[in-house]
Design a protein around this ligand. Structure first.
Ligand code: C2E
Ligand code: MG
Ligand code: MG
Length: 630
């Protein structure tokens, strides 16, 4: 490096080093080596200059031993640097020459989050004439981030005007990282890295405040690993720790980004579900949306723990007991909510380990009522299902040509539960396949029985998306049909429009497969999803079922009437048969006949009914449904 014409005199450098040394002596948290180096520096330099003629070289030799970057800036408009020690190359990968050549480089390398603050501190410090120090991050050439404490003094020229800034930049990255770690630990659990109870409480308060403002619900799940003590005792604490870490991981995977999983301590975890929609009012638990969300999360948590854990070379099976409390109707403050969840968990662990308990229903549970998911699992086990059938009518003549099978859950606790209330949960819980298998088995049996009575009907049934995506779907259906000696051509598979469009490529492949094997297809609830007409053209679908939403208004709403007319034309254009769902009045029926809609269903003709009722009707008036309707 050549000496700059404006370089400060060696005396002024001594002065600045003295100042920097004093400055540093007042700072408590710098690395020891740095302070010592600086403290010995000015004395050494003085001695050196007495012996050496080339004082500048000697100055550098000493300065360049400090584990820090030493620099000298000129006080001018550009913040240009006349000297920077070569340590900059080690710390940031930038050579001194490069740094000096570009007066803006320091500002350019500042971390975006620190830029404004650091620039301001520097300019203010320079103006003040007092020693100053400030902290910031610089980005190295390779993108590395280095934290610096920059301590500087301003040196005046002979006239008393500020001329140079001498500074030392200490690498304090280790200290900053340690600070961050401490801050992290205050809010996190060391073993699992999950948020701790302190953080959970704070976020719970926030969630409750939001819920109050927007009329939402918040749930707290307290999750306790069953028999954890046994693991510790039999396999040792290290294995216990490993298991807790693995459980934490599964819980995190089983929940949404927006849910908060925390470790309460020991073998207890907490889960916060915020922003839940739904009334959650007591008395509506069976059908309530909020409850469905909560119970399905609890079911997911249980599912996530089902696969064995491999800990210390041993396969372990783990279950958990869960207690659940809910804001607003269960408790009004965070502490009470946590306490209630804890109490419910304790109760659940005692009375039914491996399941879950809703705090506000504890008294009912005690009376023997089981939670919705437990009841649903039992229903699958005991096949507590019934099929009701709703006639499909040839509209012009009012003649029954087929029936749609609609499932009901015969809940021992509460009458017949409609499918909308349990199918979504059954899907979440992975029970839908078993239910779907039963439906096909039962309708095959029923169709064969009707046929034996002389009643030949096309039978349709519904498939939800998850069922549609079972790998062996077609095989399973065909097997049931052939066991009952039924022609696949008399069976119609209904898929909702939204299911069909959710993953169109995949669905199309499945629908083609079903169709190639002789089954017929219907697109259900048409008009409520978002169909791509381009895709509709290629769907091997026979029937287009127009959703009740449109039919409901045709008699008194021009727009609805126009829509239905258009959908009927669309169906014809695509070579499909239109079928109107939910016909409730004679006016609706007449309108549809006028528009050339061939098929329909609805309470106007017949409500869904058990198989015996369909047969009784047939015995009374054959295939005609008009008389009974008219
Ligand atoms: P969907 O396939 O569109 O069935 C028609 C629904 O409309 C039935 O409700 C039926 O009872 C009702 N409905 C029929 N005519 C009228 C009417 O004139 N007025 C009114 N207001 N409603 C009418 P349900 O039985 O409650 O079934 C609801 C949905 O549940 C079905 O809609 C279907 O998507 C699904 N579902 C039914 N059974 C099964 C099943 O076995 N498996 C699967 N995955 N889903 C099913
Ligand atoms: Mg249907
Ligand atoms: Mg429908």
């Amino acid at each position: 490096m050549t000496a700059e014409p404006k370089a400060p005199s060696i005396e002024s450098r001594f002065a600045s080093l003295d100042a920097v040394r004093d400055l540093l002596a007042r700072q408590e948290d710098l690395p020891q080596g740095a302070i010592q180096a600086i403290q010995s520096l000015s004395g050494e330099l003085r001695r050196a200059t007495e012996e050496l003629s080339d004082a500048d070289t000697r100055y550098r030799a000493v300065v360049e031993q400090i584990p820090a970057i030493v620099y000298t800036d000129v006080v001018d408009d550009t913040m240009s640097t006349t000297y920077v020690s070569p340590q900059i190359e080690d710390l940031l990968g930038i050579s001194p020459e490069e740094y000096i050549a570009d007066p803006d480089l320091w500002a350019k390398q500042l971390h975006p989050d620190d830029k404004e603050q650091a620039l301001q501190s520097y300019l203010q410090g320079r103006k003040s004439g007092e020693p100053f120090s400030f902290e910031y991050r610089l980005l190295g050439k390779d993108g590395r981030v280095v934290w610096f404490r920059d301590s500087a003094v301003v040196v005046n020229d002979r006239s008393g005007a500020p001329a140079f800034v001498h500074g030392v930049m200490f690498d304090i990255t280790d200290r900053k990282n340690a600070e961050e770690r401490v801050a992290f630990l205050a809010y996190h659990d060391n073993l699992t890295g999950l948020p701790n109870r302190t953080m959970f409480e704070e976020l719970l308060e926030l969630g409750m405040a939001r819920a109050r403002r927007h009329d939402l619900s918040v749930a707290v799940l307290c999750i306790d690993v069953d028999d954890f003590k046994l693991v510790n005792e039999s396999l040792g604490y290290e294995a216990g720790d490993a298991l807790l870490r693995a459980v934490a991981e599964r819980l995190r995977e089983a929940t949404r980004e927006t849910d908060l999983v925390a470790r309460q301590g020991g073998d207890e975890f907490l889960l916060l579900l915020a922003d839940i929609e739904g009334s959650s009012a007591p008395g509506f638990e069976g059908t309530d949306g909020a409850l469905l969300v909560i119970e399905s999360v609890a079911a997911r948590v249980h599912d996530s723990l089902r696969a064995p854990f491999n800990v210390a070379g041993t396969e372990l099976y783990v279950s958990a007991s869960i207690g659940i409390s809910m804001f607003p109707h269960d408790a009004d403050d965070a502490m009470a909510l946590l306490k209630n969840a804890d109490a419910a968990m304790y109760q659940s662990r005692k009375s039914a380990p491996g399941s879950y308990l809703l705090h506000w229903r504890q008294s009912e549970e005690a009376l023997g009522k089981l939670s919705l998911t437990t009841r649903l699992r039992k229903a699958v086990e005991n096949r507590n299902w019934q099929l009701h059938y709703q006639p499909v009518v040839e509209l012009a003549e009012g003649k029954m040509v087929g029936v749609e099978a609609l499932i009901r859950w015969a809940d021992p606790n509460g009458g017949l539960v409609p499918p909308g209330d349990f199918i979504p949960l059954a899907e979440e819980m992975g029970l839908i396949e078993a239910i779907g298998d039963w439906v096909v088995e039962e309708l095959s049996r029923q169709a064969a029985a009707w046929r034996a009575e002389g009643l030949e009907l096309e039978v349709s049934f519904n498939l939800s998306p998850r069922q549609l995506w079972q790998p062996d779907l077609t095989e399973k259906i065909l097997q049931q049909l052939s066991a009952a000696n039924l022609d696949p051509g008399s069976i119609i598979v209904e898929v909702t429009e939204s299911a069909a469009m959710a993953d169109p490529e995949r669905t199309l492949r499945i629908l083609r497969d079903l169709n190639n094997r002789g089954l017929r297809l219907a697109l259900d609830d048409f008009g409520t999803g978002y169909s791509s007409f381009a895709r509709l053209r290629y769907m091997p679908v026979d029937l287009l079922k127009i959703d009740r939403l449109f039919i409901r208004d045709v008699a008194h709403d021009r727009q609805a009437a126009d829509m239905v007319r258009a959908i009927i034309q669309l169906a014809h254009g695509l070579g499909m048969t239109p079928l109107a769902e939910g016909i409730e009045t004679e006016a609706e029926w007449r309108f549809l006949v006028e528009q050339g809609c061939r098929l329909g269903q609805g309470f106007y003709f017949c409500r869904p009914a058990p198989a015996e009722d369909i047969l009784a009707r047939y015995r009374r008036s054959g295939f005609s449904l008009i008389e009974s309707a008219g």
